[in-house]
Design a protein around this ligand. Structure first.
Ligand SMILES: Nc1ncnc2c1ncn2[C@@H]1O[C@H](COP(=O)(O)OP(=O)(O)O)[C@@H](O)[C@H]1O
Ligand SMILES: [Mg+2]
Length: 261
C-alpha cells in the first residue's frame, strides 16, 4: 500500500520515559497516518507497551510531545486521548467478564434517552461497530466470559470504535490466540484501515506483522532501531534490527526509512 502523504494524524516527537533507572523510551519519533497500519515490533522489554501507553494518554512522557494533526496536545488520561481521537486496547483488554457485549461496549459511555439507558440504540450501535470489524459474536447479549479469545479482542476493539476514533493502538492483540482467531483479528485490523483509521499494532510475530502492516517500526532498548516498508522488509533485516545482531554476527547499524516510499 502507498504511504499516505500529508500531516500525520498522530505524531510522537522526541519522547523519552524512564522507570527509575530503566530507560524505557529514549527520544522516540513516530508518525501515524490515516489509512495505515504501523506495526511496532521488538524484543520483550524493548518499550513497546510503554510507547502504546504514552501514545494513548495512559502514561505521561518525561520529555517530548504528542501531536494530533500536527498540533501539540496534552493527554493527561486515556479519556482525554479518546476525546482527541486516539483509543487503545491494552493487553489485559479490561473487559467485565460477567457483563454482556453491549454492556462492555458502552461501559462508562452508556447511551441514554430521557435519563434511562437506551438499550435499543446501544444494541443497534453494537451490531454496527461489530460489523464494521466483520466480527462474529454469538449474541450481543452473551456475557463476555462465554466468548473466545478472538471474540474478546473484537469486543475490546469494538469498544474503541464507539467513540469514532481516528487512531487505534493495539498492544499485542494476537498474544495467546490460536491460528483461526489470529486470522480473524488480522482481518479486523484490515477493516480498521479500510475505514480510514490509523492503526498501531504491537506484536512479536513477524509473520503476522508482515501479513497486515504497511510499515514496521522496530524498537530496541527503548529506541527506534528501524522503520521499514513492510512490503520490502526481509525477515533477516527485521531480526537484525530487533536483536542488534546481523546475520554475520556484527552489530547492526540503525536503519532509517528512505525519504520516499
Ligand atoms: N511499571 C513499571 N515499572 C518499572 N519498570 C517498568 C514498568 N513498566 C515497564 N518497565 C520496564 O520498562 C522497559 C520497557 O517495558 P515495556 O514497555 O513493557 O516493554 P515491552 O512491551 O516491549 O515488552 C522494561 O525494561 C520493563 O521492565
Ligand atoms: Mg508489552
Amino acid at each position: 500500500m502507498n504511504r499516505t502523504p500529508g500531516t500525520p494524524v498522530l505524531s510522537v516527537r522526541g519522547v523519552s520515559r524512564n522507570y527509575g533507572a530503566v530507560r524505557a523510551l529514549v527520544d522516540v519519533d513516530l508518525d501515524i497516518h490515516a489509512h495505515e497500519v504501523v506495526a511496532i515490533v521488538g524484543d520483550i522489554g524493548a518499550g513497546k507497551s510503554t510507547l502504546a501507553r504514552v501514545m494513548s494518554g495512559a502514561l505521561a512522557p518525561d520529555s517530548g510531545t504528542i501531536e494530533v494533526d500536527g498540533a501539540p496536545v496534552t493527554m493527561p488520561s486515556t479519556r482525554a486521548a479518546r476525546e482527541l481521537g486516539i483509543a487503545a486496547v491494552f493487553q489485559d483488554l479490561a473487559l467485565a467478564e460477567n457483563l454482556d457485549v453491549v454492556q462492555n461496549l458502552f461501559l462508562g459511555q452508556e447511551l441514554r434517552r430521557a435519563g434511562m439507558l437506551d438499550e435499543r440504540r446501544m444494541e443497534r450501535r453494537a451490531w454496527e461497530v461489530l460489523s464494521q470489524l466483520a466480527a462474529r459474536v454469538p449474541s450481543v447479549r452473551a456475557p463476555v466470559r462465554a466468548l473466545s479469545g478472538g471474540q474478546r479482542q473484537a469486543v475490546a476493539v469494538a469498544r474503541t470504535l464507539v467513540g469514532n476514533p481516528r487512531v487505534v493502538v493495539l498492544d499485542e492483540p494476537l498474544a495467546s490466540l490460536g491460528i483461526s482467531q489470529t486470522a480473524e483479528v488480522l482481518n479486523m485490523v484490515e477493516r480498521l484501515r479500510e475505514s480510514g483509521l490509523g492503526v498501531v499494532m504491537i506484536s512479536h510475530s513477524m509473520v503476522d506483522v508482515q501479513a497486515v502492516a504497511d510499515r514496521i517500526v522496530v524498537l530496541r532498548l527503548g529506541r527506534i532501531n528501524g522503520d521499514f516498508d513492510a512490503e520490502h522488509a526481509s525477515y533477516e533485516d527485521l531480526i537484525a534490527a530487533i536483536t542488534g545482531i546481523t546475520p554475520t554476527g556484527r552489530a547492526a547499524r540503525p536503519t532509517t526509512r528512505p525519504a520516499t516510499l
